[in-house]
Design a protein around this ligand. Sequence first.
Ligand SMILES: NC(=O)c1ccc[n+]([C@@H]2O[C@H](COP(=O)([O-])OP(=O)(O)OC[C@H]3O[C@@H](n4cnc5c(N)ncnc54)[C@H](OP(=O)(O)O)[C@@H]3O)[C@@H](O)[C@H]2O)c1
Length: 268
Amino acid sequence: MNRQIKLAVAGCTGKMGRLVVQEIMAAPDLLLTAGSTRVGSPYSDKDVGELIGSKPIGINITSAPQTLFKEADCVIDFSHPYALTEHLDLAVLYGKPMVVAVTGLTEDHKRQMLEASPKCPLLYAPNTSLGITLLLSLVEQVARALPDSFDVDVVEIHHRHKKDAPSGTSLALGQAIKKGKEGQNYADYYYPLPAQELRPTSTIGYSVSRSGGFPGDHSVVFASEGEVIELKHRSFNRQIYAQGALKAARWLIHQQPGLYSMKDVLAK
Ligand SMILES: NC(=O)c1ccc[n+]([C@@H]2O[C@H](COP(=O)([O-])OP(=O)(O)OC[C@H]3O[C@@H](n4cnc5c(N)ncnc54)[C@H](OP(=O)(O)O)[C@@H]3O)[C@@H](O)[C@H]2O)c1
């Protein structure tokens, strides 16, 4: 067998981080080299194996992010937006590829990724599922084909613990719609609609629900007064995001410095 790909996981103590660790440990071609958490976390210095309920593997969870970058061929970041600036600085310093899977990024974060990208391969994936990657292409295509007599809405529902709204995926769907409507100046519109007001034209309406344990439902609804086209994605579990992130990492380690997306991974 070829040499195993060494991966490190930022935010390995979280819901997604734990799944990524499990998937890495189950994959013969991958080797976990480090996992991180925030400074002061009760998980600091605990063994990563024990974290996921298996036997110790001799890797202690670190709160020093440079540990992630020293040995790994690629870092997967499922931590928190506030850690991104430091992670990007380290990716540049060590010249290491990084999959940025955190959501809720600001415009400043996006600018920082762009600035770092000539020095290391970066893949920004607010949604690492293969189904959503395909949905983004389909939505762009439909938005391009339909006249502006069709209103466009992005509708999402996620579990009650999700903090950012709209989701990174909803915003990415909005970007795909704008790409399809290029030159037509579609603006974002966040419901609820104030009483007595009509929906403004040439807008993308965003609706957000938070409820129970939904892993993530996204729909894009194109509606005229006579018909409706609805493109919908539903995830049944979070493993799809972990598996997509690993697919992205396997691809990214072979790329030149630059800023990539999941679309590039599927286009290979
Ligand atoms: N790209 C995708 O497809 C996708 C899919 C699902 C989720 N996400 C995004 O991925 C992120 C994590 O999601 P989640 O559901 O796993 O959230 P979560 O359960 O809150 O996990 C985040 C983890 O990161 C830890 N953390 C906080 N600051 C850190 C730091 N500076 N360094 C390292 N670790 C740190 C947190 O520790 P404490 O809890 O102790 O603070 C927590 O264990 C969110 O932004 C989420 O929206 C992306």
